[in-house]
Design a protein around this ligand. Structure first.
Ligand code: GLA
Length: 644
């Protein structure tokens, strides 16, 4: 039997002789006691070295899925060429026989591709899979993407360096809070000149607080001094209607804790953001996702209880005894705090949603002192025509119904957007409805700051790749205060309540983080910040890479050229330079001498800087020079091209 552990797949773990859920493999009522149970999108690479004669199997979707419409395609790829395909198969299709001759084949890849409707519920079986070979009893399997982490970000220096974004937005009269993010030896002394009236900077922490009354743009010079030296940075404070003039940066509880979140874990996350030093690189928000409310069908007593009090006020569950106190604590650390709700009666996790209580809930968030609301469609599809005339407890947690009708899609977000706008504080409004009705085209009109463009991310290559490939369509709508959200980061220890190191390979994580920066995406760390390893810290603290995300021009990169599996993304920056991501979505390292600079919109003599290594590489004349590139498989080179 082959070693299946090197297989990659969209969900679950590869199973020997079982379905992906660990049951007896069953295809259209027929059971099989041998084979490989997996989940699209799946890849298993087998080294045959010319020693196999043939491969055969019975393929199909496992019957264990009910109530959904899985579709997947089984494919054999021999030495890079497709030699057999099942065509798209659906639930209930009889197992298809797969037969292929393998004479001379060195590498065989068993692929299960999604059947065109996303990879949800695609439980796929290679039943009775077997090789005919002479003289060998088994074959080695490999994951072609290297698995050893390597660190590119140089260590931060002891000299002071200010890393905050160079623009910050606030509404007139809202409480102002901005932490000057700076690396370097402590103690450090901060000062600022040009601050608008009403703001004060704490010289020992760099925290600027107060109120700005008048609309306007205020150029400010920030200074930081320590025993080793001094640093200076110019920025502008813009007092107006827009907030989040650069993408929000912070943490969200979902990808690590899911339904296990508690006030204690949130406080510990805030502490870890400070003690790890992440705060010195601009990381700010501590966002509570689902499960701070009570849950309609909880067995766990800590999340079971009254949903709302008699006045209709939402009642947090017993793990969150004092929401205002928690917000105060997080603010006292110089950080900001967010929470989560749904326009439906229930959130996606079946906790109390805001349906019918939108204004009251917005007032409550304002009173508690929250700075960020993620508002998630979830069960709203069940109530697009009002609450149906039966027990609301019987309404499910998720229905996409109505989401693709523009008027219906907009309505609940408009309601909450209006209710947030009148709060006497700035609240980032993060829409989550998975991209329905091209949300990027109207998110701004409902007061949205950011909007999810796709379904949920997982820590698999398939997920990151598919989400990345869907971003270009929305790119034109990204601008300061309006961000497309490709979902949270899946680096570090993630697991939705079952902690494990991200399954993404190191190069996949470099690509993921770099692309999210190029996309001007909200950056929300999804891992347990108490378990940050060196590699993850290296990903999250490279100030030159983060600066691409936080560039004040607020443009989103798009793919401007593809060469086979290479996709080249370009982001225009405020200073006239360009950030370029040379990505490789293929399984082989790509080596080339690149010269199509004009296609990237580049001109003249340029300095090329490797942002991950924070190192100038060469100077080029785009008319005559070539740039040697070696792009890791599933990896990226992130370069900046600037005038000399
Ligand atoms: C949806 C969202 C996720 C998360 C969960 C919580 O799936 O897309 O990001 O908020 O709900 O239940």
């Amino acid at each position: 039997m082959l070693d299946l552990t090197s297989a990659t797949q969209g969900h679950g773990t590869p199973q020997k002789n079982k379905s992906v859920d660990g049951k007896i493999m069953t295809i259209a009522g027929t059971t099989f006691d041998r084979g490989f149970g997996t989940h699209a999108e799946s890849s298993l690479l087998i080294l045959l070295n010319g020693k196999a004669n043939s491969f055969s199997a019975q393929v199909g979707i496992d019957d264990e899925i009910t109530g959904h419409e899985p579709a997947a395609e089984f494919i054999l790829v021999a030495d890079g060429k497709k030699i057999w395909s099942s065509g798209v198969m659906h639930l209930g299709d009889k197992a298809k026989p797969c037969e292929a001759s393998l004479k001379g084949v060195q590498k065989l890849e068993l692929v299960v591709a999604d059947g065109g409707n996303g990879n949800y519920y695609d439980h796929a079986n290679w039943a009775n899979a077997q090789f005919k070979a002479t003289g060998v009893s088994t074959f080695a399997t490999i994951n072609p993407i290297p698995g050893i982490p390597y660190i590119l970000t140089p260590k931060t220096s002891l000299l002071p360096k200010i890393n905050s974004a160079s623009v910050f937005g606030v509404r007139p009269g809202s409480p102002f809070q901005f932490m000057v993010a700076a690396t370097g030896e402590r103690p450090m002394k901060f000062s600022a000149s040009g601050l608008p009236a009403g703001l004060k900077l704490d010289p020992s922490t760099g925290l600027i607080k107060g109120y700005v009354k008048e609309k306007g743009t205020f150029p400010v010079i920030l200074n930081a001094v320590n025993a080793k030296g001094k640093a200076k940075k110019t920025m502008r404070i813009v007092c107006g209607d827009q907030i989040a003039l650069t993408p929000p940066m912070g943490w969200n509880s979902w990808n690590c804790f899911a339904d296990q979140v508690s006030a204690d874990k949130v406080k510990r996350a805030a502490n870890a953001m400070i003690s790890s030093g992440l705060v010195n690189h601009g990381w700010t928000y501590i966002n509570i996702d689902d499960f701070w409310q009570n849950n309609k069908d909880a067995k766990d007593p800590s999340i079971r209880g009254e949903l709302r009090d008699q006045a209709g006020n939402i009642v947090p569950n017993s793990r969150f005894k004092d929401m205002k106190g928690l917000a105060d604590d997080v603010h006292a650390m110089g950080l900001k705090i967010g929470l989560y709700s749904s326009p439906g009666p229930w959130t996606c996790g079946s906790c109390t949603g805001s349906y019918g209580y939108e204004k009251l809930d917005a007032d409550t968030y304002g009173k508690w002192g929250f700075d960020y609301l993620k508002y998630d469609w979830c069960s709203y599809g069940h109530v697009i025509n009002g609450m149906p005339n039966h027990d609301p407890y019987k309404i499910g947690a998720l229905s996409y119904k109505g989401g693709n009708d523009l008027a219906t899609a907009i309505k609940p977000f408009q309601l909450m957007g209006d209710a947030l706008k009148v709060q006497p504080r700035d609240i980032v409004f993060s829409l989550c409805q998975y991209g329905m009705s091209d949300v990027w085209k109207w998110g701004n009109s409902v007061g949205g700051t950011s909007w999810r463009t796709t379904n949920d991310i997982t820590d698999t290559w398939t997920s990151v790749k598919n989400i990345a490939l869907q971003q270009d369509q929305a790119a034109a709508w990204a601008k300061p205060g309006n961000w497309n959200d490709p979902d949270m980061l899946v680096v570090g220890t993630v697991g939705w309540g079952n902690p494990h190191p991200s399954k993404l390979r190191p190069d996949e994580q470099y690509l993921h983080f770099s692309l999210w920066c190029l996309f001007s995406a909200p950056l929300l760390i999804g891992c347990d910040m108490e378990k940050l390893d060196d590699f993850t810290m290296n990903l999250l603290t490279n100030d030159e890479v983060i600066a691409i995300n936080q560039d004040p021009l607020g443009k989103q990169a798009t793919c401007v050229q593809t060469i086979g599996d290479i996709r080249i993304y370009v982001k225009q920056l405020e200073d006239g330079s360009h950030a370029v991501g040379f990505t490789n979505f293929g399984q082989e390292k790509m080596v080339l001498n690149y010269s199509d600079f004009k296609k990237l919109g580049l001109k003249g003599n340029l300095k090329v800087r490797d942002l991950w290594r924070q190192k100038d590489l060469v100077s080029i004349n785009i008319e005559k020079d070539k740039l040697p590139l070696s792009i890791p498989a599933h990896g990226i080179l992130l370069y900046k091209f600037a005038a000399k």
